[in-house]
Design a protein around this ligand. Structure first.
Ligand code: HEC
Length: 264
């Protein structure tokens, strides 16, 4: 007869099964099982000193391009949706302190064969991120106060305006799946659309005729190469009318990385 844990979720875990063999969705619960077995009785010291403002900023910059977290307004789809990862556990009585531990462990020791990079955060930043995530997962509503203004709203910058045949539409430097602006204006004729990207997240910029928003809507007019750090550009010939500019990385357009170009 095996040990019965008070949390039903943990009883479903097979102790002999290696965490990394599990599908991503189940990973957090399993990591939690390991945590409960190895660090039971560990104090939560340090959590109180965490800076959740920095934690939110760092989460958006380092994690949001791959993970959805409603409170942080991130919409990445490469990794599991973090609200969903912990929903069942929290409903079954999982403490947010324990969630913090799971998130810390995941950052420290991600699956070497998985898509999550190692060494994303250390020391205080690691704590700040884990604390912010543990306080935010599966919470409805919006961040308030200083937390609400910790990260600029994606795409809210001033419209980009073409000058001398050059139109610059930077990717959001925060790592959010957005350009700094959702609006651009250009004159008809040949133009080079440039996308400076300092975020470290791989983006490009592509154009199609028509205002299609998040939904792919037509033949491609042109697309730049992808870059994680640097400037990618594409040369196109614009006619008067409306175009959509967007990122072709999987999930980025759907997450909000697009805007409207008006050509006069
Ligand atoms: C390049 C994409 C990528 C980035 C960036 C990334 N992750 Fe992940 N993450 C993943 C993938 C993919 C998984 C699924 C399991 C695996 O491969 O290890 C994952 C798993 C997780 C899990 C476990 C969730 C579950 O349901 O099993 C947590 C927690 C997590 N990541 C937190 C973070 C945090 C916090 C950051 C930022 C410091 C981060 N991730 C950055 C891709 C990413």
């Amino acid at each position: 007869m095996s040990f019965m844990h008070p949390l039903p979720a943990l009883n479903r875990l097979s102790a002999s099964r290696p965490p990394r063999a599990l599908r991503p969705r189940a990973g957090a619960a399993l990591a939690l099982g390991a945590l409960a077995l190895t660090t039971a009785g560990c104090s939560a010291k340090g959590a109180d000193n965490a800076n959740v403002i920095v934690g939110k900023q760092a989460f958006v910059a380092k994690c949001g391009s791959c993970h959805t977290l409603a409170r942080a307004s991130t919409k990445g789809i490469v990794g599991p949706n973090l609200d969903e990862s912990f929903r069942v556990g929290l409903a079954e009585g999982l403490q947010r302190n324990a969630v913090r531990g799971v998130v810390e462990k995941q950052i420290q020791i991600p699956n070497p064969k998985g898509a999550m990079p190692a060494e994303l955060a250390h020391g205080a930043t690691l704590k700040d991120i884990a604390t912010y995530v543990s306080q935010s997962v599966d919470r409805s509503g919006q961040d308030t106060g200083l937390l609400a203004s910790a990260v600029e709203a994606p795409g809210a910058g001033k419209p980009a305006v073409e000058k001398g045949g050059k139109l610059q539409i930077p990717a959001s430097p925060t790592g959010q799946l957005a350009y700094v602006t959702g609006k651009a204006i250009a004159n008809a004729g040949p133009a080079t659309v440039e996308m400076p990207n300092t975020s470290g997240v791989s983006h490009n910029i592509a154009l199609e005729p028509g205002a299609h928003g998040a939904t792919p809507g037509g033949p491609l007019l042109g697309a730049s190469p992808f870059t994680t750090k640097g400037t990618a550009s594409v040369s196109v010939t614009l006619k008067p009318g409306t175009y959509t500019f967007f990122c072709q990385a999987p999930g980025h357009r759907a997450a909000g990385m697009y805007g409207t170009l008006t050509v006069k």
